[in-house]
Design a protein around this ligand. Structure first.
Ligand code: ADP
Ligand code: MG
Length: 399
């Protein structure tokens, strides 16, 4: 059996017209000799009635914090509705379709509600359905614990569901259908002239996704990489070839910088030794923050100061820790990290210089930098974000 997993994001299933485009993609897969396994997200985006954010807006924020199990139950509803509606659209065009929850599809997770991970996958039911010549339409973003509670796989987790199914069923390919033509050189909402990238490696895409490129969930890339199942990202609305993601990437064209992405809502913390004289907890700060499960980025340690960034959601917790320990810190808010990713930058001198010049020439202040073998990060003010990404996009001729 030649299995293909086809995942459709929220905008792809949001209207009758778009769902008919989805039906066309499923039909095409069948006519190409595949047995499609369809995965759907909740219909639409925030503000639309069944989108996950709309459902979440129905409950109190304190309840949300204290009742993660119930929140998962609520968040699962959007995909449940979507899978039945999509199955109905497929049936209306003569394709026998069977809507299934993540749990019914065999996705068993741990009980870390709101951010669960795969524990086990049972392929029996899906293989039976495929064996009968029917198309399973599976709710993305969710699984079930061993004792029967609904869980979700983290926001954007329908991509993760597709990857779990692709690997679990040993599919030929995982197709992720969305509202852009594939992975582009930058978010087309920020850079108008962003161009499509034809081929990328799992590692490059993981970096991009992890650093904020919303187009695919990093966990999905990681799972597909382990199973070595190719992912293709495509536009539901057209027949563009999309972006192929595999283990080798584009061997012929190792560009210095392949794509630029960003994370907003960053906060920079700077703790100076001179402001904390005589406080013996100064040296323990990083350890204490880690014990509180707060993740840090762009960590720079100097003899006289420690600088790092946190997400804005961790700010209050960090300030409370500092108050308890009598630590004086300088906190800068409304910052963003830009990440420039490219497998070709490894060992090539002058990349950082070029970045710095492009930003300086466009009056963008660089607050901090870091680099690894395929990524360079710059911390800047969020107000400068669009200007900075566009300037870097031009400087590296990504159009
Ligand atoms: P879906 O609902 O289909 O899962 P998402 O909104 O999660 O769609 O992801 C698609 C969005 O990702 C695009 O609309 C685009 O704005 C954004 N995006 C961010 N970075 C990139 C990039 N480098 N290439 C393509 N799209 C990107
Ligand atoms: Mg998504």
């Amino acid at each position: 059996m030649k299995i293909i997993v086809q995942k459709f994001g929220g905008t792809s299933v949001s209207t009758d017209e778009r769902r008919m485009k989805v039906v066309d993609k499923v039909k095409k897969a069948i006519s190409n000799g595949y047995n499609p396994v369809v995965v759907v997200s909740a219909m639409g985006r925030k503000g639309e009635p069944y989108a996950t954010d709309t459902l979440l807006s129905l409950i109190d924020s304190k309840f949300k914090q204290d009742n993660k199990l119930a929140v998962d139950l609520l968040m699962c509803c959007g995909e449940l509705i979507s899978s039945v509606v999509m199955a109905s659209a497929l049936q209306s065009k003569g394709i026998e379709a069977v809507p299934l929850t993540g749990g019914q599809a065999g996705i068993i997770t741990d009980n870390k509600f709101n951010d669960a991970s795969l524990k086990d996958f049972n392929d029996t039911r899906i293989l039976d359905i495929l064996g009968e010549g029917k198309v399973p339409v599976i709710t993305g973003f969710q699984g079930i614990t061993e004792d029967g509670y609904f869980t979700t796989l983290g926001r954007g987790g329908s991509d993760t569901s597709a990857a779990i199914l692709g690997v679990g069923l040993d599919a030929n390919e995982i197709e992720i259908y969305t509202d852009v033509d594939g992975i582009m050189t930058a978010d087309p909402r920020i850079v108008e002239e962003a161009s499509l990238i034809n081929v990328l490696s799992y590692d490059e895409v993981f970096q991009l996704a992890d650093q904020g490129a919303k187009v695919i969930h990093p966990n999905a890339v990681e799972i597909a990489k382990v199973g070595n199942i190719p992912i293709v990202i495509k536009n539901t609305m057209n027949d563009c070839d999309g972006t192929i993601i595999n283990s080798v990437g584009d061997k012929k064209n190792k560009r210095l910088v392949t794509s630029i992405t960003s994370h907003s809502d960053r906060v920079q913390v700077c703790i100076k030794l001179e402001d904390n004289k005589g406080n013996d907890r100064y040296q323990d700060i990083l350890e204490i923050i880690a014990e509180n499960k707060i993740s840090l980025d762009l960590i720079n340690i100097f003899p006289t100061e420690q600088i790092f960034t946190i997400s804005v959601s961790a700010k209050d917790k960090v300030i409370n820790i500092f108050n308890e320990l009598n630590i004086n810190a300088i906190i800068k808010e409304d910052l963003s990290t830009i990440a420039l990713v490219g497998a070709g930058m490894k060992g090539i001198p002058g990349v950082m210089a070029k970045i710095y010049k492009a930003l300086y020439d466009n009056k963008v202040e660089v607050l901090q930098t870091a680099d690894s073998h395929m990524t360079i990060w710059c911390l800047i003010k969020t107000d400068d974000l669009s200007e900075a990404i566009n300037a870097l996009h031009r400087a590296f001729k990504l159009c």
